[in-house]
Design a protein around this ligand. Structure first.
Ligand SMILES: *[C@@H]1O[C@H](CO)[C@@H](O)[C@H](O)[C@H]1NC(C)=O
Length: 279
């Protein structure tokens, strides 16, 4: 009888310990997956950057207020500097203003023109109150995207922005390759009114990330998936042509693929930030 009691006790203790360990592991895994799975990054970021309150605020007429953003942008883009940009260029090839950079290569000059006005030459638009932000995907080594295209009979969501649908029609995936499409807009109704026109830069190229340049799970051997990328991921710039001044504008950006479901509370493939342009 005594022995049995002890056995029961041990079984109960082991069970409880296992449950606790399981719960902790589950929680950690859940948190990791939640935050680490297909992140859409927004740049520039301040030192105090948090996902909840990522504020970009400046006064175009006050150099001291926008210059830190210009500097942060350059710090971020330095990893992409090159004298031999790809075609089309993956990012602005120089982080120096034209006046300080007189001996640019011809190819870099062309690349800079394609990325205009989101270049150091134009202070990324901040001096004019027309800021650019850069977007890129991170934590995609374990992801195989299922792109939206018109090559298959699978339907395209009706709420997809018109500009993406047009690109999909005009540049069929069989010829031009597949994209992880991107769109940005005001988060709430008032933001939609205040945000003004948006352009995706380079203008004339599809608004998104070409699958051919993304290091997704289908392109890297299993053993290398936790290694960092040799080449930084491709960028797309979003240019706010005329955001209303003196109001906080909540901006939401998201990617469009068949396998990532849109959910306003999710961080997977979705980013938000706040824009405040002072008068
Ligand atoms: C088009 O989309 C489908 C479904 O996501 C995908 O399987 C296919 O590889 C894509 N590309 C082409 C060129 O069909």
């Amino acid at each position: 009888m005594g022995l049995e009691k002890r056995t029961v006790k041990i079984i109960v203790i082991v069970a409880v310990v296992l449950l606790v360990i399981g719960a902790i592991l589950g929680l950690i895994l859940g948190l990791l997956l939640h935050q680490r799975y297909v992140e859409l990054e927004v740049w520039p970021r301040s030192e105090e950057y948090t996902w909840e309150q990522p504020l970009i605020q400046f006064r175009p007429s006050d150099t001291g207020s926008w210059h830190p953003w210009y500097k942060r942008m350059n710090d971020f883009l330095r990893a992409y500097e090159t004298t031999i940009p790809e075609d089309p260029p993956r990012a602005p090839c120089s982080t120096r203003n034209r006046r300080d950079d007189p001996i640019r290569s011809n190819n870099c000059e062309i690349a800079m023109r394609m990325w205009g006005p989101c270049t150091a030459d134009e202070f990324y638009g901040y001096s004019m109150g027309r800021p650019c932000v850069f977007l890129r995907l991170n934590h995609i080594h374990y992801w195989v995207p299922h792109p939206y295209n018109v090559s298959t009979s699978l339907s395209i969501p009706t709420e997809m922005p018109e500009n993406i649908k047009q690109f999909m029609m005009q540049r069929p995936a069989q010829t031009y390759g597949d994209y992880v499409w991107v769109s940005c807009g005001g988060e709430y109704n008032s933001d939609k009114e205040n945000i003004g026109p948006i352009q995706y830069i380079p203008a004339g190229l599809p608004p998104g990330f070409p699958l051919s340049r993304l290091h997704t799970a289908d392109k890297i051997p299993y053993a290398n998936r936790n290694l960092p990328d040799q080449v930084p991921p491709p960028l797309i710039a979003v240019y706010f042509e005329n955001p209303r001044r003196e109001v906080l504008i909540n901006v939401e950006c998201r990617i469009w693929t068949r396998d990532i479901y849109y959910d306003q509370s999710s961080r997977v493939g979705r980013a938000r930030f706040e824009l405040f342009v002072n008068q």
